[in-house]
Each structure stands twice: as structure tokens, then as C-alpha cells.
Design a protein around this ligand. Structure first.
Ligand code: BES
Ligand code: MN
Ligand code: ZN
Length: 503
């Protein structure tokens, strides 16, 4: 992807196939003053759109105008909704709608502008960042495995290969700082989405490990990959238990970035189940294919490290990815098996479909050796998360109020919202086993919280927050700013968290 930050003049000179202009909802049926120049270029068409009431700037509303005799061919008005709601989130959303339109039309590129007079208190830096993030989000596509296009004409539309943010000359410098962040965010998010979307016969634990190694080469990270034998030597009995049912080899990956000498690192842990059949406690066939997304936590860790590698913030980061395939077979774990975890606690496996918490238990135990300043884990952990906050927000849990707050704020900035769930002791009780220290399922009630409590049994000596992204990492239907499929959540949240920590 090509990214550029341009002022109005240079953008016009080169000509833009599609320039989106974001506009908040107007109280009067009249052309906003700030669009006067655009209107002149459009021969008065913008004014007519506003005075007719056909376009008001309502959220997600769009209107396309074709320019005559200009290198810039299309002007797309995109509404951001109530003026008091102009924010990073609403502007990112408008940019994403523009990106989606460019992708659908096959314009090959997309540009976005929002005049300062229409932006309220949103600064040029934030605009530069979220405009890039949004356009990248909306125009993202994956067609490596299609030999022909999706349309009836059987031709692939050209992908969006260039993203331009148009900002007045006076605001260029301020915008540039945000633009650089947005660009890194876009690349990290795209990496995560690609990994999520790849099918499970390609995106295996080995493939995730190779991706980590490739990141390591490009950004000078120290990458360690443990294979099955080494995982065994480490005593990761819970990860091994999940992996034992599959021919596919597990991996345990750590990625270390040093940006601050020997300061304690922030550790990011991501669930890397490359396919979750449920194992012997097998899932119904309905939508089982979506379980290729069960490595979304791992994808977000890799995406966040891509961003870190590009921006080089002043802190240390460790990415940890336990990865396996959850399959039924003659060697698979049975419901009732008891295994010894890396931490030392014995786990009764009452449901082989509660495998994510098993592999995370060993990772949360292993991560202690890095003496982390804090640990965030992301996992598509429970279907129950969808009953809590749907696709709208990510339920979070943890052992440290301040850290929960920090994560929530990072989520707000990223446009990847989170909401905390309570970790009352009563929920912990539900995971009590008759035979072992803990069992891996507390039953149906409060399934998201009991899963969180299971993880907490293996957390020791560091502040920790768990993000259950089962409802937010991917979607099953289109929304205006996002096509159905992988969303890359919580890649940007992770990165915002790290950038804020680095100061
Ligand atoms: N990967 C699933 C959770 C999931 C379900 C994510 C649907 C996204 C959509 C996880 O491994 C799982 O199977 N969890 C079980 C736990 C239960 C057996 C205690 C669940 O949620 O049903
Ligand atoms: Mn499962
Ligand atoms: Zn799973």
C-alpha cells in the first residue's frame, strides 16, 4: 500500500480518482461554508445536494458527485453525524466508508479530507491518523486465493493500492505525526486481518511462527520458536494436551522488542488456535468454518508487533503466542483427562472445547520469566462473550483496576471498545474440580467470567488484563464501515496501549 499526505493543491494537481470529504450533520439545508471551493469545482452540485435536503451529513450517509474537466474525478460526501459527536471514532468510520466505496468501484486509490472548520475540536494529528486507519480498514481485501473476481463480469477489480490524506498546507506538520502512526496501524491491522482470514490448512502454528520470524528479520526482534519436543521439555502440559489430537505440529512463539534498555516489558499474549473443532467435545457443523478465526488473539499480537517495529516506541515488549490445532482423534484428550500445567497446577479437562484457556494457562505461566510490567492477553475465548457485548465491545477482566482502565482508554482511542466484567469469588468457585486443582469449564452460566477466572489461576506476580474478543475479532455480516470477516481487533488497541505507555 502506498500512503501519502498531501495538501489540496498537490492532490488536485496529481488528480484523485476518488476524494472523500467528511461532513457533520448540518442544522440548515445549506452548503457549509467550508465546502464552497469544492462546490465551485462541482458546478454547484454540492449546494444542490444540501439545499434539496438529499444530503445532510447524517452518519454513514453518502453522496457522489462527478467532476468535469478535472484530474480529480469523484467527490464523495460522507456524513459523520451530529457535530458534537465529531471524534476519532466517527471520522475513522467515515474514512472507512470511503475506503469501502473505493474498493467496490475499483478506483485503485482513495483520498480523504475533512476541512478544519467542520472538525470541531478534532486536531490535524488525530485526523491524519484516523483517516489512514479508516481508509485502510474499509479498502482492505484478500483475493490471493481467487483466480477471478467476485462479480459477474469475472474480472478482478483493481485493489486499492494508494491512500491519501488531504490536509491544508498550514496543518501539514501536525497531521504528519498522526499520519505516520496511522500508517503503521494500518499495516499492523492488515497483517492481523490477513492472518485471520487465511484458511487453517495454510495458517498453521508453523505458519504463525514463520510470520513471527519474518517480523523478527524485518524489525530486529529476537524470536524464539519452540516445537513439540521443546514444549514438552518446558513442561507445558496444557498446551501439549490440546495439541496431541492433531497431526499438525504446535508451536510456542516469543517475540522480543527492546526499545528501552532493560526496563520491564509489556507482555502481549495471543490465543493461537489455528482451528477449533472442539476436539472430542466436538462442535456442531453449523458455522464451524468460522473457527479458523480462533487464532485472532495471536494475529493481533503479531499485528501489534508490526506496528511497534515501524514506530519503535521507547519501551520493551514481549509477544507470546501459544499455538495448536484442536482436533478429535485417537490420540486426542478426553473429557475427564487430568493434565499438569506449566504452572504446576493439575487441570481436569471436562470439556475439550475449552481449549483456549488451556494453552493460555501455560503461556501466562511461562511469561513470568520476563518479569513483565504487565500482561495483556487476547483470545476468542468464549461464545458467551457474544451474549455480553455482542460485536460492539470486548469484555475485559483483570486483577488490577488501574490497568483495566488503561486498557479501556486504549480501546477508546483505537475505536476498539472494551467493558470490564466483575470477577467475584463466586465465579471462581464454579471452576472447582473434584479430582484436580481446577477444571477447564465452569458450565454455561457466566461462561466468559469463569473462563477469565480459569486464566487467573495461572496469573502470578504481575498486573494482568484479559480481553475476550470472540465477538469483536471478526463479524458475520457487513456494516457500513466494515465488510464481514476479520476485523483485526484488538491490534490497534494493543498498539495504542503501548504508545501511551511509551509516552
Ligand atoms: N473458540 C471458542 C470460543 C468461540 C465460540 C469463539 C464462538 C468465537 C465464536 C472456544 O474455544 C470455545 O469453544 N469455548 C467454549 C467453552 C465451553 C466449552 C466452556 C464455548 O464458548 O462454548
Ligand atoms: Mn473451543
Ligand atoms: Zn477455541
Amino acid at each position: 500500500m502506498k500512503y501519502q499526505l498531501a495538501d489540496g493543491q498537490s492532490a488536485d494537481a496529481q488528480g484523485l480518482p476518488l476524494l472523500a470529504v467528511a461532513v457533520p450533520k448540518q442544522a440548515q439545508k445549506a452548503l457549509p461554508e467550508a465546502l464552497r471551493d469544492y462546490d465551485a469545482r462541482a458546478g454547484g452540485a454540492l449546494a444542490r445536494l444540501f439545499t434539496s435536503g438529499d444530503f445532510t451529513g447524517a452518519r454513514d450517509d453518502t453522496a457522489m458527485v462527478y467532476l468535469d474537466g478535472e484530474a480529480t474525478r469523484r467527490l464523495l460526501l460522507v456524513g459523520t453525524g451530529k457535530p458534537e459527536d465529531v471524534s476519532r471514532t466517527s471520522v475513522r468510520r467515515a474514512a472507512a466508508i470511503a475506503g469501502r466505496r473505493a474498493k467496490a468501484l475499483g478506483t485503485g486509490s482513495v483520498a480523504f479530507a475533512m476541512p478544519a472548520a467542520l472538525r470541531g475540536s478534532l486536531g490535524a494529528g488525530d485526523l491524519g491518523q484516523v483517516a489512514v486507519e479508516g481508509m485502510a480498514q474499509g479498502s482492505w481485501q484478500f483475493d490471493e486465493l481467487k483466480t477471478k473476481g467476485n462479480d459477474n463480469n469475472n474480472e478482478k477489480k483493481p485493489p486499492v493500492g494508494a491512500i491519501t490524506v488531504v490536509v491544508d498546507a498550514a496543518e501539514q506538520q501536525e497531521a504528519a505525526a498522526g499520519f505516520a502512526i496511522g500508517r503503521a496501524m494500518a499495516e499492523g491491522q492488515a497483517l492481523a486481518r490477513r492472518l485471520q482470514f487465511l484458511p487453517p490448512n495454510r495458517c498453521t502454528p508453523g505458519f504463525l511462527a514463520e510470520t513471527a520470524q519474518e517480523l523478527g528479520t524485518r524489525h530486529a526482534f529476537a524470536v524464539t520458536v519452540l516445537d513439540r519436543a521443546q514444549i514438552e521439555q518446558e513442561g507445558m502440559g496444557a498446551l501439549l494436551a490440546v495439541a496431541q489430537g492433531s497431526e499438525t505440529e504446535p508451536r510456542f512463539v516469543t517475540i522480543e522488542y527492546r526499545g528501552a534498555g532493560d526496563a520491564q516489558p509489556v507482555a502481549l499474549v495471543g490465543k493461537g488456535i489455528t482451528f477449533d473443532t472442539g476436539g472430542i467435545s466436538i462442535k456442531p457443523a453449523q458455522a464451524m468454518e468460522d473457527m479458523k478465526y480462533d487464532m485472532s488473539g495471536a494475529a493481533a499480537v503479531l499485528g501489534a508487533l508490526e506496528i511497534v517495529g515501524r514506530l519503535k516506541p521507547k519501551l520493551n515488549v514481549v509477544g507470546v503466542i501459544p499455538s495448536a490445532d484442536n482436533m478429535p482423534s485417537g490420540r486426542a484428550i478426553r473429557p475427564a483427562d487430568v493434565v499438569k500445567s506449566h504452572f504446576g497446577k493439575f487441570i481436569e479437562i471436562v470439556n475439550t472445547d475449552a481449549e483456549g484457556r488451556l494453552i493460555l494457562a501455560d503461556a501466562l505461566s511461562y511469561v513470568r520469566r520476563f518479569k513483565p510490567a504487565c500482561v495483556l492477553d487476547a483470545a476468542t475465548l468464549t461464545g458467551a462473550a457474544l451474549f455480553v457485548t455482542g460485536h460492539v465491545a470486548t469484555p475485559i477482566m483483570g486483577n488490577d483496576e488501574a490497568l483495566l482502565d488503561e486498557v479501556r482508554k486504549a480501546g477508546e482511542r483505537a475505536g476498539e471498545r472494551c467493558w470490564p466484567l466483575p470477577m467475584y469469588d463466586e465465579f471462581r468457585e464454579l471452576n472447582k474440580s473434584d479430582i484436580a486443582d481446577v477444571k477447564n469449564s465452569g458450565g454455561r452460566p457466566a461462561g466468559t467470567i469463569t473462563a477469565g477466572w480459569f486464566l487467573r489461576e495461572f496469573v502470578d506476580g504481575y498486573p494482568w488484563v484479559h480481553l475476550d474478543v470472540a465477538g469483536t475479532a471478526y463479524t458475520e455480516s457487513d456494516s457500513p464501515p466494515l465488510a464481514k470477516g476479520p476485523a483485526g481487533v484488538p491490534t490497534r488497541l494493543f498498539a495504542e496501549f503501548l504508545l501511551a505507555r511509551a509516552g
